[in-house]
Design a protein around this ligand. Structure first.
Ligand code: AHR
Length: 495
């Protein structure tokens, strides 16, 4: 069976916000502590407490933003506990995630320093802070914003300066709570709407020439309907979360021990994110036809059972070529819907859920998901080209999805890229790319394909799954013939 992808080089739709390649780091398990953060005195090489190897790896992704401090943790977090001399910072219990004691060594200054370390001369990693609505106060939130962003004379800018930071930080993205329908306060939507309007009214920042981008906490259809109705003029973004959980919340399924049926079920559930986005966009269109408000998918990714022997509250899971396929198909969905989707944040950066990297002591490995983010990073701020895909269904029974996932984009460097993935567990796929509205002279690219569905990197074999040069694409007339290996992600550059 061959598949066809018609790409119209001279017809483009929208720009793909770089922020759909965003990340999320919560005070959860070993994401921050014993993950990104090892502390100044650690023998593990670090810059002001953050691991050099991880910062380097994340910079390679052109990481566009980082969401922090949660997640559920955000609505328990009191920012004043995380400033000032470390010895005088009070401890707290991380009630949602393992009941561990948190000493607040990573607070506002450290997080914003991390974002600066993750920025490159031509690419800023924007901080995206989730404020506490569930157990905080309006005053606490307003003062946090003043503390971070006030350049002039004020009580909070004086406090910041007394803690060693003269200049304010630039800050644009602000979440007004997290999952306030659940861990963030178990609120009814009507109650959250009132709180949102009140909190958002006092959320002011002082960053010059930049409007604060306030994100309201969405959920599923019923909640979003009421939220949009009462709050749409007061919000810049509406957040939703979508996790791919193959089993039930009690028994989600193993990250590495799975068969073909689990593979198909996982991919089908991941692909269903598109229907969710389409329905949410439809709701938003009714209140905001001009698309002023961004859809913010600020948590997404696979959620499996934790690795055997690890703390169930730490959500530590391995990452296989199946995760790579979930990442590629999700990013392609995000490309298609970036007319409304302004940001997406994969959960979570290090050692938690669908992570970019895993650590064990001084050792570090990059996951297959990391490699997909690296291979596809040039789609940040690219323009989506008109593409029409003819493929077949893959899978059994209810667990069927399109076998091929594909988007075509033109990057800010002018290069056309084809982002392709073959979901099939065993079969290679022959894809004919029909290029219209321009010609093709040369093609080159890279492929990520493990030897098996469960292929993954370990601390003793960290290069088992990594991108390789791809030789399966040839120019034929006005198009390409591409042989996509089974369970592979391929990114081609066409000139
Ligand atoms: O990412 C793990 C958790 O999932 C987050 O803390 C919460 O927002 C969501 O339920």
């Amino acid at each position: 069976m061959s598949h066809q992808f018609i790409v119209q080089l001279d017809v483009s739709s929208h720009v793909i916000s770089r922020h759909v390649y965003g990340h999320f780091a919560e005070h959860l398990g070993r994401c921050i502590y014993d993950g990104l953060w090892v502390g100044h005195d650690s023998p593990i090489p670090n810059v002001r407490g953050f691991r050099k190897d991880l910062v380097h790896a994340l910079r390679e992704l052109d990481i566009p933003n980082l969401r922090w401090p949660g997640g559920c943790f955000a609505d328990t977090y009191h920012w004043r506990d995380g400033i000032g001399p470390k010895a005088s910072r009070p401890s707290m219990i991380n009630v949602h995630w393992g009941g561990t004691t948190e000493d607040n060594s990573v607070g506002t200054h450290e997080f914003l320093d991390l974002c600066e370390q993750l920025s490159t001369p031509d690419r800023v990693c924007e901080p995206y802070v989730a404020g506490n609505v569930g157990s905080g106060t309006v005053r606490e939130m307003a003062e946090w914003l003043e503390y971070i962003t006030m350049p002039g004379e004020s009580p909070m800018s004086r406090l910041r300066q007394s803690n060693g930071r003269e200049k304010p930080w630039r800050l644009k993205y602000w979440g007004v709570g997290n999952e306030n329908w659940g861990c963030g306060g178990n609120m009814r939507v009507e109650y959250y709407c009132d709180l949102y309007r009140q909190y958002a009214g006092y959320c002011r920042h002082f960053t010059p020439n930049e409007k604060l981008y306030k994100v309201a906490c969405g959920y599923w259809e019923d909640w979003n309907q009421v939220l949009l109705q009462h709050c749409h003029p007061h919000m810049d973004g509406m957040s939703v979360h979508y996790y791919t959980v193959p089993g039930t919340w009690q028994k989600k399924g193993s990250a590495t021990q799975f068969g073909v049926a689990d593979h198909q079920l996982t991919l089908k559930k991941a692909a269903d994110i598109e229907g969710f986005i389409v329905r949410t966009k439809g709701q938003m269109d009714r209140f905001d036809p001009k698309k002023r408000i961004g859809l913010i998918m600020d948590e997404w990714g696979t959620w499996f059972d934790v690795e055997p022997g690890t703390n169930p509250g730490f959500l530590y899971q391995q990452n296989t070529i199946r995760d790579a396929l979930v990442a590629a198909l999700s990013l392609n969905v995000f490309h298609r819907h970036a007319d409304r989707l302004h940001m997406a944040n994969i959960a979570q950066t290090i050692n938690v859920l669908q992570a970019m990297a895993l650590t064990e002591g001084a050792k570090m490995l990059l996951t297959p998901t990391y490699h997909v983010f690296e291979m596809m990073k040039k789609n940040q701020d690219a323009t989506l080209l008109d593409g029409h895909l003819k493929t077949v269904e893959y899978g059994e029974g209810e667990n069927r999805l399109e076998q091929i996932s594909a988007t075509a984009t033109r990057g800010t460097d002018g290069v056309v890229r084809l982002n392709l993935a073959n979901m099939h567990h065993a079969d290679e796929a022959e894809l004919h790319v029909d290029i219209r509205g321009g010609s093709v002279k040369e093609v080159r690219g890279r492929v990520l394909a493990g030897a098996s569905l469960d292929a993954h990197n370990t601390f003793t074999a960290s290069d088992v799954v990594k991108p390789e040069a791809f030789s399966g694409a040839t120019v034929i007339g006005s198009g390409l013939k591409v042989k996509l290996p089974a369970h592979s992600v391929v990114v081609l550059e066409v000139r």
